[in-house]
Design a binder for this molecule. Structure first.
Ligand code: FUL
Length: 497
């Protein structure tokens, strides 16, 4: 059957009359908050690890390092922002304080900070330089503040340290303008006196909500964003934005099973989407002997597709070097990644965009006879190929399976199919299948399955074998509620020239 024959059959179906304005599908919970939706749209963000470890060459400082070791020779936060902006990142999170307790801002609460270092004669403030550069360059600014503090004598005392930590949070959340993300590491080791601390996370979160209500809070179990369960930068092919967070803690304190962090949980009671973090080098902090171990653009592209393309955000770390710059090798690699993304997914690369579509179920479709001239439908199949992430193809309530077809430019091969759901209505799709006509005459009777998959969510990039076809069919085989798609796109990977 051709697309047009299919449309004609649809047109002949005695579908019920509907009101002129068709209501959207009812959302199915749990649902994202506005701040979670805004964060998800960022897709690709930067991470900066910088502090005494940069100068001592370790990953975890013991907290006894003298502040004198911190002395970048040419720190330029504008260079960091330029690299990240050029790479297409939308925000950056910096280690305001790592486990060694050294503060990258001149805190009034401790002497273990940039104020005691030789850098800029003790007058420097890394958070100020970065937040100013972010404002100028149009990048969102976020902070990592490690609760584990191997320097502060209050660590391990209980409420006294928790109060210190909340006061630090207040400083960083009130001094540098809007903060889009607050990153709570779960590590909880011993402090300078050998004691461990019991963190009061509910009270830490309350400070963030009070001072930066639009900021998302990251930890193993959210509340807004979850860790993806590995530090390699990829999410599961199955990846629900829901998580069973109840009863689980942060760090070593009864964490959720790794699989549920990597794949989420269809039955999770909370909407907590995944952030996939990884460093562009083996270490989070700078080590000169890793200058030749920077991930290649092709490796980064693979991770980008397996994070952003698996319904997670990609959070890529740069270990700023001893000069206070993103190293040339790291900058070249991430700009190489950008070129690869643009060559494959950039403007004008979608072979399905604006193509003729059909489907076996369209919400609010009313037949006016076999020879009708189709009118644009609020939830027609064409909404999935219009390039607008806010419009979507939707099906009638009660539907669990539905099919959409698109006519492609037959002359070009492809190897990627991109699908996306309107996640503000909840994540729905459990299972899908992608096919192309089995015969060169496109008889529309025989189809070859080229891929099968599970979840979709905000964005699902499906790697399919290189295929040349005139038509593409996506069958949603199972869903939690009537299927909807904002995007059906088709691309061919290209090595940039
Ligand atoms: C981990 C930390 O222990 C590492 O040093 C690094 O900061 C990474 C992002 O999170 O838990």
């Amino acid at each position: 059957m051709t697309l047009f024959a299919l449309s004609a059959i649809l047109a002949m179906q005695p579908l019920p009359q509907t009101a002129p304005t068709v209501p959207p599908p009812a959302p199915i919970g749990p649902l994202p908050t506005a701040r979670q939706l805004a964060w998800k749209d960022l897709e690709f963000t930067g991470f900066i690890h910088f502090g005494p470890n940069t100068f001592t060459g370790v990953e975890w400082g013991h907290g006894g390092e003298p502040a004198e070791v911190f002395n970048p020779t040419a720190l330029d936060a504008r260079q960091w922002v330029k690299v990240m902006k050029d790479a297409g990142m939308k925000g950056v999170v910096i280690t305001a304080k790592h486990h060694d307790g050294f503060c990258n801002w001149p805190t009034k609460l401790s002497t273990h900070s940039v104020a005691s270092s030789p850098w800029k004669g003790g007058k420097g403030d890394v958070l100020r330089e970065l937040s100013d550069a972010c404002r100028e360059g149009g990048l969102k600014f976020g902070v990592y503040l490690s609760p584990w503090d191997r320097n502060n004598p209050k660590y391990g005392t209980g409420e006294e340290y928790n109060e210190y930590f909340r006061a630090q949070l207040r400083e960083v959340l009130t001094s540098y303008g809007p903060v889009f993300e607050v990153w709570f590491d779960g590590a909880c080791g011993e402090g300078p006196n050998g004691k461990r601390q019991v963190y009061d996370f509910p009270s830490f979160r309350a400070v963030v909500r009070e001072l930066q209500p639009d900021a998302v809070i990251f930890s193993d179990v959210g509340p807004d964003i979850r860790w993806v369960g590995n530090e390699q930068g990829w999410a599961g092919e199955t990846n629900w934005s829901m998580l069973k967070a109840e009863g689980h803690g942060i760090g070593d304190d009864n964490p959720p099973p790794t699989k549920s962090l990597t794949e989420g949980d269809e039955h999770g009671e909370s909407w907590i989407p995944a952030e996939a973090d990884v460093s562009i080098r083996p270490g989070w902090f700078y080590h000169a002997d890793q200058d030749d171990k920077v991930k290649t653009p092709a490796q980064l592209f693979d991770l980008w597709e397996r994070s952003v393309g698996h319904n997670a955000n990609f959070h890529l770390n740069f270990p700023v070097d001893r000069r206070g710059l993103i190293h040339e090798n790291d900058a070249a690699a991430v700009l190489g990644l950008r070129k690869m993304i643009d060559a494959t997914y950039g403007e004008g690369t979608d072979l399905a965009r604006g193509g003729t579509t059909a489907g076996d179920n369209m919400r609010g479709y009313v037949s006016k006879g076999a020879h009708e001239k189709p009118e644009p439908l609020a939830y027609g199949t064409d909404r999935a190929v219009d390039g607008d992430a806010k419009t979507y193809w939707a099906t009638e309530d009660g539907t669990k399976a539905a099919m959409i077809e698109v006519e492609l430019d037959a002359t070009k091969p492809f190897d990627r199919v991109v699908l996306a759901e309107p996640t503000w209505l909840g994540q729905r799709v459990r299972k899908f299948r992608i096919s192309v006509p089995a015969t060169p005459d496109n008889n529309h009777r025989d189809w070859t399955v080229i891929a099968e998959g599970t979840t979709i969510g905000h964005k699902r990039i499906v790697r399919v074998p290189e295929t040349k076809a005139k038509y593409l069919r996506v069958e949603i085989l199972d869903a939690r509620a009537c299927p909807c798609l904002t995007t059906l796109a088709v691309h061919k990977t290209k090595v940039p020239g």
